[in-house]
Design a protein around this ligand. Structure first.
Ligand code: NDP
Length: 296
């Protein structure tokens, strides 16, 4: 069997076109230009690339982006000061703090300081709570990208056995929560799964992953999921991004697993582009939720 390739790149382009059209309408009807503030601390080369890609995506879809660069020696209180300014700036609708932050910075304190209404990554406790209660303000970008890809590729999750490998606050945990809801971003068939979450302390991992109708992997270990860990015909979503020499590979051994799976995402060109598209969507949503100013 050779798996169907789930092309996240072209889906993301389609979503970005939809967003661009909505941005035009928002500007025409209300004069609001959605604006994303990206905060980049330090010199991590990968972070610079990620932020640059987000800026380019904003420009192409007609959103504004503003980059706030701070040196690697920045303290927690300096960063909190910047966030306070961004929180109160009415022209900024979304705030993104690029992770990882330098070690001396208290990451939790910083993420907690982003105003929930501008928290387009959906990391703030209030937004995490709203997601878990099934009434999200924003959906976190990577998990949302996974559900958009499944829904738009007409892969239903309702009643399916879903296994998520990885329990990070950014990917695994919110994804589990979203799969469990009674409705998803694309309706009830885009949620309502029976979900198992695995992590580094799980025993008999292969025995669990082989049960999955839909297997999502987000662990950050190159080519970790091998063909024998996948049920024939399963849908495999690879969130991982790992640098192997000069190549970028996922957490799934793509060559081998695509001979067993029914459908699979490539890396690159799978969930990565959708993550960026969902960030734009959240920034647009944040701008739309700005209350109209009363006429003087
Ligand atoms: P974290 O390092 O925060 O979390 C990794 C998770 O994987 C942890 O829950 C860990 O378990 C689990 N894990 C590690 N080793 C194993 C193992 N041998 N068996 C089972 N579980 C294991 O990573 P992130 O969630 O932030 O990212 C995961 C991957 O996804 C990375 O490659 C990252 O680059 C990529 N990523 C891609 C994005 C995209 O846009 N496509 C966006 C965000 C991330 P434990 O909790 O027990 O330590």
């Amino acid at each position: 069997m050779t798996a169907r390739i789930l092309d996240g790149k072209s889906l993301a382009m389609q979503i970005r076109k939809e967003i661009a059209a909505e941005v035009v309408t928002l500007i025409e009807q209300r004069g609001i230009v959605p604006c994303l503030a990206a905060v980049l601390v330090g010199d991590d080369p990968a972070s610079h690339v990620y932020v640059r890609n987000k800026e380019i995506a904003c420009e192409k879809a007609g959103l504004q982006s503003r980059l706030f660069r701070m040196p690697a020696t920045t303290t927690t209180s300096e960063l909190l000061e910047l966030l306070a300014q961004l929180n109160s700036d009415a022209k900024i609708h979304g705030i993104l703090v690029q992770l990882p932050l330098p070690k001396q910075i208290n990451e939790r304190k910083v993420l907690d300081a982003v105003l929930p209404a501008k928290d387009v990554d959906a990391f703030a406790p209030e937004n995490v709570g709203l997601i878990s209660q099934g009434r999200p303000r924003f959906l976190p970008c990577t998990p949302h990208g996974v559900l958009q890809l499944l829904g738009r590729c007409e892969i239903e999750t309702a009643g399916k056995e879903v296994v998520v490998v990885g329990r990070s606050d950014i990917v695994g945990k919110p994804l589990v929560s979203m799969f469990l809801q009674k409705t998803g971003p694309l309706g009830p068939t885009n949620a309502n799964a029976t979900v198992t979450c695995c992590h580094s302390q799980s025993t008999d991992l292969a025995e669990i992953t082989r049960r999955a109708d839909i297997l999502v992997v987000a662990i950050g270990k190159a080519n970790f999921i091998t063909a024998d860990m996948v049920r024939p015909g399963a849908v495999v979503i690879d969130v991982g991004i790992n640098r192997l020499g000069d190549k970028i590979v996922g957490d799934v051994d793509f060559e081998a697993v695509s001979q067993v799976a029914g459908a699979i995402t490539p890396v690159p060109g799978g969930i990565g582009p959708l993550t960026i598209a969902m960030l734009l969507q959240n920034t647009l949503a944040a701008a739309k939720s700005v209350q109209a100013q009363p006429q003087a």
